[in-house]
Design a protein around this ligand. Sequence first.
Ligand code: AMP
Length: 404
Amino acid sequence: MQFESLGLSKNILRAVAEKGYTKASPIQEKAIPLILEGKDILASAQTGTGKTAGFTLPMLHLLETQESTKKRHKPKALILTPTRELAAQIYDNILEYSKYLDIKSTVIFGGVNQKPQVRALRNGIDILVATPGRLLDLHSQEVFSFSEIEFLVLDEADRMLDMGFLRDINKIMALLPKKRQNLLFSATFSKEIKTLASKFLHNPAMVAVTPENSTVDKIKQHVIRVDKNKKSALLIKLITDDNWQQALVFTRTKHGANRLTKKLIAKGISAAAIHGNKSQGARTKALAGFKDGSIRVMVATDIAARGLDIPLLPHVVNFELPNIPEDYVHRIGRTGRAGADGVAMSLVSSEETAYLRDIEKLLQEKLPYSEIEGFETTEDFSKIQKPQRKPQQGRRPRRNTNRR
Ligand code: AMP
């Protein structure tokens, strides 16, 4: 469907055309008219589906046509996201889509000096993109008021709950005006998400799309059996022998990410780690380097990588399998973007067999496996080994644990 038939204003369509989008994506086609009608939305959509424009464009349209926007003292729209990177990404999108509108927005998140954020808020804004912690912090300092919020977007709500933000979300919700339009985006629909949705959405319209990029059949999945202590050497061989231009490599822990990054750098492969213990500056720099091609390998933990918009990634490597099977699907969804084929490779040692079994159960298929010459495994794969740390019923560790 063409954007022109969705009922968006000329100024918005002009900015969209400049982005080079020719057709609305399925989530945009479904969500935009419903949001323009003022409906609450419960949407199942992952990064890569175009969901950001799906909620931003109609929100901008509604704000643009409101007289009250002209006053510009207090934020009218609040977009909550789990991570700083996602907040920054959404903010960048809003800036682009609103470039021909008289609408001001800003982004606030922790880990950086609050002064510029306070200044931006005091100057008056219409749209506020935020992570929950810094938002509550600045609100308690009376830097801004929630009293004119008309739109609330919870983006990647499942990840917010996984990261332990439920209490913060509830606190924020209690501070917002009762009458508002609510949009909830989530990649998965656990019991907890349904409970959250029932608490704050009013007669929501359900919108579901499967992301083009992560339809698993577009992605070639492959398991390589290898001894645990040979994984780094094997990865280095794969990158250099096959001359990979760029790869996103997942580890289970922050320490694992740091260790691997050091080994890659020592072999002359430009690499950077991205995880929750890195300063915001380091994370932004790593992401920018990866996007401009100066960094060849980005080593990431699940939480840090989630929601990052990195287009057209040819290689995703699971250096270690995740202990939560759904994370595997999120990880491999980072390859084969925009319809291009991608390869997702998992380096699996014998102690990860139980994780592999759980992933195959979720995918409802057995993944093909092989060994690489010179790296034949000496470990015993015949028994399903118990994972050292059993995940509790699909729950993740809380945000202040030191694992990711
Ligand atoms: P998102 O799922 O919002 O993170 O968007 C994923 C990527 O798709 C971003 O790089 C967007 O700029 C891009 N995108 C969003 N909408 C469209 C569209 N209608 N046509 C082409 N690309 C789009």
